[in-house]
Ligand binder design. Structure first.
Ligand SMILES: Cc1cc2nc3c(=O)[nH]c(=O)nc-3n(C[C@H](O)[C@H](O)[C@H](O)COP(=O)(O)O)c2cc1C
Ligand SMILES: Nc1ncnc2c1ncn2[C@@H]1O[C@H](COP(=O)(O)OP(=O)(O)O)[C@@H](O)[C@H]1O
Length: 303
């Protein structure tokens, strides 16, 4: 919703951070902000960036992403966040000192309180610390709530941890930390049309290289197409059996037939089934695909 239509006399609890992936740690901050805003008859706002700050600061070390902005906004709207502000992280913002960053925020919005995570850093060169934020909260008179780390199996949940789990094929643990199934989406493009010759047509995803790609291997997935969900098996790999030379993400959808070229699909990665193998023949690949398909049939089906 547009801030302009809001009652400017009403205070705002703002949650600050980068929030890639909206994992359970992020959600604990957002839930707290929503709770405080309801209790105090205020608005709840999430203030974050459209682009990952490192993409501007140092492109070479910018991480691959876990979530599109569109999906981020959809999830936040379901959580009753009143104002979602995703600002462009540009040169000016990059050079803003920690104190100015907070000053700009409180001069633009009627800030009642700020909610951040335990390791939040902000402002030019990430020089702003929790200590500084505490001092600023006294100086400028806003409430500050610092949320403790959220853990799974004694490990602190973080976007970096989740990226590493996905790119090493541990989707089950990543999904626990995300509290949803990791997904990639895009349109279906043409491949070499070998799949249909072995009765396993595969929808080849035109994937966006800005997002984290699961480790090479075969996965049990669920596919959303045309608002319907299907069981599926997905290969992330170089297809050595057919002398492939580029990474493809290909999905055989169970109980589906039809033409998917140019259609939009979403793949939900549930668990890795096996490593990619180079088979001696297409028949051997086909026999393995039958096993993968049977495995998929035995798996729970919900996202
Ligand atoms: C679930 C699944 C598992 C796969 N596993 C392998 C594999 O282990 N080794 C391999 O070389 N190709 C594997 N493939 C990829 C096939 O080689 C590829 O889908 C086939 O060549 C058809 O591709 P095309 O129709 O795009 O030409 C797998 C594909 C799927 C859908
Ligand atoms: N069950 C299915 N799973 C995946 N794709 C299917 C299925 N049934 C039909 N298709 C269609 O077949 C195409 C894949 O056939 P395939 O021979 O593998 O060609 P390509 O190499 O172009 O992917 C998909 O893009 C889709 O349009």
């Amino acid at each position: 919703m547009n801030y302009n239509i809001y009652n400017k006399n009403k205070g705002i609890y703002v949650v600050l951070g980068n929030f890639d992936g909206l994992h359970i740690g992020h959600m604990s901050l957002i839930d707290e902000a929503v709770k405080l805003s309801i209790e105090n008859n205020c608005y709840c706002m999430l203030y974050s960036f459209k682009n990952h700050p490192l993409k501007l600061i140092n492109k070479d070390i910018a991480p691959k992403l876990l979530m599109t902005n569109t999906n981020k906004v959809k999830t936040l709207q379901k959580k009753s966040v009143d104002i979602i502000k995703l600002v462009n992280f540009d040169e000016t913002l990059m050079k803003t000192s920690p104190e100015d960053f907070i000053l700009n925020l409180i001069s633009e919005y009627n800030i009642e309180g700020i909610i951040v995570g335990f390791n939040y850093r902000f402002g030019y060169k990430n020089m702003g610390t929790i200590d500084l934020l505490e001092k600023l909260s006294t100086k400028y008179n806003f409430m500050l709530k610092v949320m403790p780390p959220c853990k799974v199996n004694n490990q602190i949940v973080s976007s970096t941890k989740i990226r590493n789990l996905i790119s090493s094929g541990n989707l089950e643990e990543a999904n626990i930390m995300l509290n949803r199934k990791y997904s990639l989406e895009g349109i279906v493009v043409q491949g070499r049309q070998i799949g249909r010759q072995i009765d396993f047509p595969t929808a080849n995803l035109k994937y966006d290289k800005d997002f984290v790609i699961p480790a090479i291997g075969v996965y049990y997935t669920n596919v959303e197409y045309n608002e319907k969900l299907y069981r599926a098996i997905t290969s992330v790999g170089n297809n050595p059996t057919v002398s492939g030379n580029k990474l493809t993400i290909e999905t055989y959808i169970l109980d589906f037939s039809g033409n998917l070229y140019d259609k939009h699909i979403t793949l939900f990665f549930i668990k890795k089934i096996r490593d990619e193998k180079k088979f001696d023949s297409l028949d051997a690949l086909k026999a393995q695909l039958k096993k993968d398909k049977n495995f998929a049939k035995s798996q729970p089906f919900n996202i």
